[in-house]
Design a protein around this ligand. Structure first.
Ligand code: ADP
Ligand code: MG
Length: 705
């Protein structure tokens, strides 16, 4: 078949036609190729079909049979229930619906109809009645089309638009895949495919839509099967390759400062540490140091979960600047975090003889002026601060390294402003829960990314539990137990004043209740963003020293606070917090050798989204999983704004889920360009064509290649 046929309209595939074609267009599916790239968002394993006699209560199973009775029966005085009795050679089972449309049911479930049923059997009311299944998923099989599409296999589930049935779409997809997947051409050179273990393109399309029964269900759901991985890699590779050429057209920026790494200051610093670096820290530092040695300014995102030891990485980068006679800046999202960073780093800097200063928005004008003068004069070697550092009046003498901590609080624009202070500094952005926007920067902004995927040894798991308002007492009962064991606690409240949302418990109210009613014998203190810096620092110092038992706080403690003896956190009104925020908050506990707890207290009514967020927190403690869920719950939208900017948007890959593939693909792009800078070699011609195909008119690739 000709390659061009992939660009043919889907309208002429059997079963589509002009009317359905409109529905396909709604889903951005116009051509055969669009459909091939439209992968199922999940799969259902119906490959194991059991006999009715094998059904076990409470176990979701799939079986096949014939309807031998069908009809509505009264349930009480007003309601009715629809019952369908299904039989196979080994027995019968009853299916029941409490909500139904009689006419539809009678038609769909006529006696004699063959069906495939998927559901969870339970024991019926009476012991003699046998098993029943409430509201099962039923596929009716009609004669010749009782083929293997709906049963006896792993079944693809596509996201559909209203008016289009999943079964219909599945049938059309099967045709598209059977007829056109074999016609797709492999365009990756052999060596690249071998290195990355990439499945052949035709096979990948076929397997991604209709997987073989022996493919792991877990891998499928995680989009990690060879077929899915191949298509994800292909998409990312073509985008990155195009961007690389585009960048070459714009001219590679090389106005950064090449720094000598591993110098004396770094050595001194590392000797002061009381622990060994984790393997991941060493690996990440190797990448960062090679960035710093280059005249191309570093532009790197570091993802490391809460507690993975990002500060140390930041410190090495900053000290490298100092070692070369330049300045470094560390920027935090909140005043408190900036202060904590300052306090943490201060002893090291003093020991090594590095001049460190804190420059936040709350400084007295006089102090601020002095600090700013010293920054400009180059007296101060490392500045720690918040947004204040962005303000125009901060001028560095020679800023070479800028580190931005917990980027999820910043917009990308702020980041850019920061990047423009003085000659282009090396920029490192650190985050625990990557947001799609920053990952979009990784892909489209050609940012490098490193992952700290190893925790320092001895970390204890944090157990997260959800309490609704009516069980709030139990949460505090638990907290009491921890205090009695000598531990300390955080209680987080969402707001500082009653003004915004009157029904929210304010910090003051909670503090009042804890100090006076629940824990009169304990020291309970309150900390929030509106306190004076000195007061806040004193509170934190006292908490760290164990003089305060319970710290009631607003989200100022969200990031950066490090008190190992604090083992329990209660989050009030947890339903109001975003996922990333909750994850950051939770990271404040579990920092010592003791088991730790995070108790979420939710106040009804809780929205569906809110419930999904809370459940995610209870189930997962992995920042990346949480970021992925967040994306799922909120929906991705056009996060990267790719559509407007003429960049190819993602059809298969997912920025959060596939961030590691971005790195792999980027490395391969680099290798390819070094081998064949203009894609002239015969073995790269198909790839070049694929590149033009993907980028269309989005850029002037023909001028470069
Ligand atoms: P985050 O990535 O959340 O910013 P931090 O940098 O604050 O994490 O590190 C959390 C804690 O782990 C700190 O107390 C830090 O001193 C400690 N830490 C960092 N690296 C190591 C390591 N390699 N071994 C042991 N402890 C470490
Ligand atoms: Mg941190």
């Amino acid at each position: 078949m000709k390659k061009s046929s992939l660009k043919d309209s889907i309208q002429f595939v059997k079963g589509v036609g002009p009317k359905r074609f409109q529905l396909f267009r709604k889903m951005n599916l116009e051509t055969i190729e669009d459909c091939l790239y439209f992968l199922p968002h999940r799969y259902e394993d119906r490959s194991r079909v059991v006999n009715i006699s094998e059904l076990t209560p409470d176990e979701v199973s799939t079986f096949q049979g014939e309807i031998i009775h069908s009809g509505a029966t009264p349930l009480g005085r007003r309601r009715k229930i629809y019952e369908v009795l299904i039989e196979d050679p080994t027995g019968t089972v009853q299916a029941k619906w409490y909500k139904f449309n009689s006419k539809y049911m009678e038609q769909k479930y006529a006696v004699g109809q063959k069906v495939v049923v998927s559901g969870k059997p339970t024991h019926g009311r009476s012991a003699f009645a046998g098993l029943e299944i409430i509201h099962p998923v039923v596929d009716t099989l009609s004669g010749e089309d009782s083929d293997s599409l709906e049963t006896g296999r792993v079944v693809p589930i596509y996201s559909i638009t209203e008016g289009l049935h999943l079964k219909t779409l599945r049938k059309i997809m099967k045709q598209v895949v059977d007829n056109f997947a074999p016609a797709t051409e492999e365009f990756f050179p052999e060596d690249l495919r071998r290195r990355n273990d990439l499945m052949d393109r035709s096979k990948a399309f076929a397997q991604a839509h209709f997987p073989d029964p022996d493919v792991s269900g877990a891998d499928l759901d995680a989009f990690k099967t060879p077929a899915q991985r191949r298509l994800i890699f292909e998409e990312l590779f073509l985008i990155l390759l195009g961007l690389a050429f585009k960048k070459r057209l714009a001219g590679e920026s090389s106005d950064g400062v090449p720094l000598k790494t591993r110098g004396e200051t770094i050595r001194k610093f590392v000797r002061l540490l009381s622990f060994d670096l984790t393997g991941a820290q060493k690996r990440v530092l190797t990448s960062i140091m090679s960035d710093l040695e280059s005249a191309r300014p570093m532009n790197r995102l570091l993802h490391g979960d809460v507690g993975s030891g990002k500060t140390l990485i930041a410190m090495v980068a900053l000290l490298t600047a100092v070692d070369n006679g330049f300045q470094g800046a560390l920027m935090a999202p909140t005043e408190l975090l900036a202060e904590q960073h300052y306090l943490n780093l201060h002893p090291f800097c003093q020991e090594i003889g590095v001049n460190l200063a804190l420059a936040t928005g709350t400084l007295r004008p006089k102090d601020r002026k002095i600090i700013l003068e010293n920054v400009e004069a180059g007296e101060i070697q490392i500045v720690v601060g918040t947004h204040a550092l962005f303000q125009k009046d901060v001028r560095f003498k020679n800023l070479a390294v800028a580190v931005i901590d917990e980027q999820h609080r910043f917009g990308v624009r702020q980041r850019e402003t920061f990047g423009k202070k003085g000659p282009s500094p090396h920029v490192l952005v650190m985050t625990a829960t990557p947001i799609p926007r920053s990952l979009a920067m990784v892909l489209y902004g050609n940012m490098d990314v490193s992952v700290l995927d190893e925790m320092p040894p001895g970390r204890k798991e944090i157990v997260t539990k959800l309490f609704f308002q009516n069980r709030r007492d139990q949460a505090y009962q638990f907290l009491r137990g921890e205090l009695e064991a000598g531990r300390q606690a955080y209680v987080v409240a969402p707001l500082i004043e009653e003004s915004a949302l009157v029904d929210l418990k304010t910090v003051q109210e909670i503090h009042q209740q804890l100090q006076h009613d629940l824990f009169p014998e304990r020291r309970v203190e309150i900390i929030h963003g509106k306190l004076k810096k000195e007061d806040r620092q004193e509170l934190m110092a006292n908490f760290k020293a164990g003089k305060i038992d319970i710290l009631v706080a607003t989200t100022v403690i969200e990031v950066g606070v490090d008190v190992p003896n604090a083992t329990i956190m209660i989050v009030e009104h947890a339903e109001r917090f975003g996922l990333a925020q909750l994850h950051q908050l939770r990271g404040r506990v579990g920092r010592g050798g003791h088991a730790s707890h995070c108790l979420l207290v939710a106040y009804p009514p809780v929205t569906e989204e809110g419930k999904a967020r809370l459940e995610t927190m209870v189930k997962s403690s992995d920042g990346f999983v949480i970021a992925e869920k967040d994306l799922e719950i909120r929906g991705p939208g056009d996060v990267m704004g790719a559509r407007q900017s003429g960049l190819p948007s993602l059809r298969v890959a997912n920025l959060v889920r596939d961030v590691r593939e971005i790195e792999t693909a980027r490395n391969e792009v680099q290798t390819l360009i070094e081998q064949d800078p203009k894609l002239e070699k015969p073995e790269h011609q198909k790839l070049k064509q694929a590149l033009f195909d993907v980028w269309g008119d989005g850029m002037d690739l023909t001028n470069i290649l």
